[in-house]
Design a protein around this ligand. Structure first.
Ligand code: NAD
Length: 454
């Protein structure tokens, strides 16, 4: 399999894809390894994963360089990602003892009632490329802490990063037979679905998530699906500092080239503040430097997948055909590399693909609304349910609106944000199950109720 640098289109590596036979061998090694790993004390497992976090920190530059080369994100954003993964690993390791140890629920007379969090066994993690350190850490760190072995399939667009992760985990002390990497694309992912894992944890698109769930559901094994989004953001009439709201929300839409599951994907603005907001927003977007992700000051790098250029362009063309106005951007750059200008559209509506389908690229539609009620109706007009944001000077107004959005996360005066202490989960086509927080630590366990009488 060829690994391509999306900023130059040069081939940067060739890697050997796994075959069905090599995957089978990896699974049987993991089966053996998991038995021993589950007997290693929780304290020791925590210490090993803490070492991994420290190694990740110490190797930030190397990890960031590899990541930028294969996914095209600006180098400072790659460094931020590695740093963010360290933060998540820190929270998970510091809280593992509290949430994975036995819980004594009652101890009365001669009967003790205990919850034991047993590991699932050998779990399969099929992952995405947009934040491979972050979405990977969400799964393999708690899974390993809980005593599972992990077969980790990085996206074919983040394979070299998968190797970096493997190297650091092994260096930290995770045994070889407890963590294995599966190399390959769609066919390798599909082959994993026919194998005897004890759980599947997937990060990626709705289409693939649906395919996976349909395939494995008859086996009645745990499945976590972290899928796409079409995340809405509403700017209410009472916002105060419009300039900083515009800058913060533009960052939410364009950070990582809009390739975040929780990127702001559509914006609704109250008519009272619409013109000023749009003016400041466009000013901010025009200030973004587009270029080689290794170049100083670049904020918009290359899109990771060539195919996404077509998706973004088709959404822009569809919107323009239906009456939208392009305020900045609107086209692919000529020459080598997958570059698309950061694009802002107004006069948009829900008949346009850009307001309904995941863009996963540097394009945003901004729609004028007359009331909170209209904003809420449009925010909920989606198949997805990952995050929703409200900008307002009133917490009670924001809480009232967020209580009525069907999304896994709600933001007041912030957006495009993940915290390790809070559950990360989707609703509807954004998937189900949770990573992060105590819910995500226990997602890789089977709780057993023990009734102990003696
Ligand atoms: P994708 O669905 O194309 O691929 C994801 C993974 O699935 C890859 O490893 C791929 O090789 C594998 N795969 C593809 N076809 C398969 C099949 N038939 N069987 C088994 N495995 C298969 O998604 P992507 O392009 O890597 O990621 C982008 C998507 O992920 C976006 O929709 C984004 O919103 C979503 N995402 C969600 C979250 C979240 O936390 N909810 C986080 C990051 C990304």
């Amino acid at each position: 399999m060829k690994i391509i640098n999306p900023a130059t289109e040069a081939i940067i590596a060739h890697v050997k894809e796994d075959s069905k036979a090599s995957l089978k061998k990896k699974l049987s090694l993991l089966r053996e390894g998991q038995k021993k790993w589950s007997r290693v004390s929780l304290k020791k497992r925590i210490a090993i994963l803490q070492k991994f976090s420290a190694l990740l920190k110490a190797n930030t530059e190397q990890c960031a360089q590899v990541l930028t080369r294969e996914v095209g994100k600006p180098l400072p954003q790659s460094r931020n990602e590695v740093n963010g993964a360290c933060g998540r690993a820190k929270w998970l390791t510091e809280n593992a003892e509290k949430y994975l140890s036995d819980e004594v629920m009652s101890d009365e007379g001669n009967t003790k009632e205990v919850i034991r969090y047993e590991p699932l066994g050998v779990v399969c993690n099929i992952s995405a490329w947009n934040y491979p350190y972050l979405v990977g850490t969400n799964v393999f760190v708690p899974a390993l802490l809980a005593g599972n072995a992990v077969l980790y399939k990085p996206s074919e667009y983040a394979t070299l990063t998968g190797f970096e992760i493997e190297k650091l985990l092994k260096k930290a002390g995770v045994p070889d037979h407890v963590f294995q990497v599966a190399v390959g694309a769609r066919e390798v992912g599909a082959a994993l679905l026919d194998m005897d894992f004890d759980g599947y944890f997937f990060t990626g698109s709705y289409a693939t998530g649906k395919f996976i769930y349909e395939k494995i559901s008859p086996r009645m094994i745990p499945c976590g699906l972290e899928l796409g989004g079409k995340d809405p953001l509403y700017v209410a009439a009472d916002v105060k500092d419009i300039k900083s709201v515009a800058a913060g929300t533009a960052d939410g839409a364009f950070y990582n080239n809009g390739q975040s599951c929780c990127s702001v994907e559509r914006i609704y603005v109250h008519a009272k503040v619409f013109d000023k907001y749009v003016e400041e927003f466009v000013k901010e977007v025009k200030s973004y430097k587009l270029g080689k992700p290794t170049e100083e000051g670049v904020y918009i790098g290359a899109l990771t997948r060539e195919a996404q250029l077509k998706v973004v362009d088709a959404q822009v063309k569809d919107a323009v055909k239906k009456g939208a106005k392009v305020l900045t951007g609107g086209k692919k750059l000529s020459g080598k590399g997958h570059f698309y200008e950061p694009t802002v559209l107004v006069n948009v509506n829900h008949k346009m693909k850009v307001m309904r389908e995941e863009s996963f690229g540097p394009v945003i539609g901004i729609q004028k609304v007359k009331s909170d009620e209209e904003a809420l109706q449009l925010m909920n007009d989606t198949e997805y349910g990952l995050t929703a944001a409200v900008y307002s000077s009133s917490l009670s107004r924001a809480e009232k609106l967020l209580a009525q959005t069907n999304s896994g996360s709600g933001y007041w005066n912030c957006c495009d944000r993940v915290s390790p202490a809070l559950p990360w989960s989707g609703r509807k086509h954004s998937g189900f199950g949770s990573t992060l927080s105590h819910v995500g630590l226990r997602a890789f366990t089977k709780p057993k109720g023990l009734h102990l009488r003696g």
